[in-house]
Design a protein around this ligand. Structure first.
Ligand SMILES: Nc1ncnc2c1ncn2[C@@H]1O[C@H](COP(=O)(O)OP(=O)(O)O)[C@@H](O)[C@H]1O
Ligand SMILES: [Mg+2]
Length: 237
């Protein structure tokens, strides 16, 4: 089967600093991949590079559903079916909840997700639709960020540290919703610093350290020690 996203020999740079080194991976239709790794490992750079938001990168192959995307603008990549929920949410602070959600429509992709289904997924947001997003709690803002991304009806949804800084009960609520998102056949890449959570939701994990893939495969194929070693390094750096 052809992969949905195919990444071969991806290198990324910030000026002279190289942040990703020859990263290879692919995501199949409907699959859930967790990317783990400590702070600075290159997780956000990876997601931003494949979605076209970080332009300082090169790859032997970067394709979505068989189409090469390395020269495509970020907005074109969204319109082709791959959308990022960015680290730190990046909502439009001068806009209301509903206006933020509606922005997802500009991708012009029809599908299962529309405003009423987003409100069904996150009932808390229903009463908050007219409020400025800045008045919402962190957890509610994260729901808006996910909702906005879902409104683009992606085939592949990328989520960068959506649980960071949120109360455990809020995180659980957000993760419970992944089941419904995936039920629509949507593939997901999540970036998580919480290894336990990553292992529990993902079909496959990819561990990055210092910009390189240290380990990748089904969670059950690794011992805790192998994962810890890939994550922290043998010398406990
Ligand atoms: N805007 C930037 N300018 C320069 N270096 C950056 C920038 N963003 C990230 N980096 C560097 O790239 C590396 C990977 O960062 P990042 O992808 O944010 O890691 P992670 O998301 O895993 O914490 C780090 O060494 C970080 O300092
Ligand atoms: Mg990051």
């Amino acid at each position: 089967m052809k992969p949905l996203l195919h990444v071969e020999d991806l290198n990324a740079f910030y000026g002279d600093l190289q942040a990703l080194f020859g990263v290879d991976f692919s995501v199949g239709e409907g699959e859930c991949i967790a990317v783990i790794g400590s702070n600075g490992a290159g997780k956000s750079t990876l997601l931003r590079s494949v979605t076209g938001l970080h332009r300082g990168r090169s790859a032997k192959r970067l394709s979505l559903a068989g189409a090469e995307i390395s020269q495509r603008a970020a907005s074109e990549i969204v319109a082709m079916g791959m959308t990022l929920v960015p680290e730190g949410r990046r909502l439009f602070s001068s806009l209301t909840v509903e206006e933020n959600l509606t922005i997802g429509r500009s991708a012009g992709r029809a599908g299962y997700w529309n405003l009423s289904r987003i409100y069904e997924l996150f009932p808390t947001l229903l009463e908050l639709g007219g409020r400025p997003v800045t008045k919402l709690s962190g957890g509610q803002q994260q729901m808006v960020a996910m909702g906005r991304a879902l409104m683009t009806n992606p085939n592949l949804l990328l989520c960068d540290e959506i649980s960071l800084g949120l109360a455990p009960v809020v995180v659980k609520g957000i993760y419970d919703n992944f089941a419904r998102v995936r039920g629509q056949g949507t593939a997901v890449i999540i970036v998580e610093q919480d290894i336990g959570r990553a292992l529990s939701v993902a079909d496959r994990i990819i561990c990055l350290r210092k910009g390189a893939v240290m380990l990748s495969g089904a969670p059950a194929s690794f011992t805790r020690n192998q994962i810890a070693e890939a994550y922290f390094g043998v010398e406990g750096e």
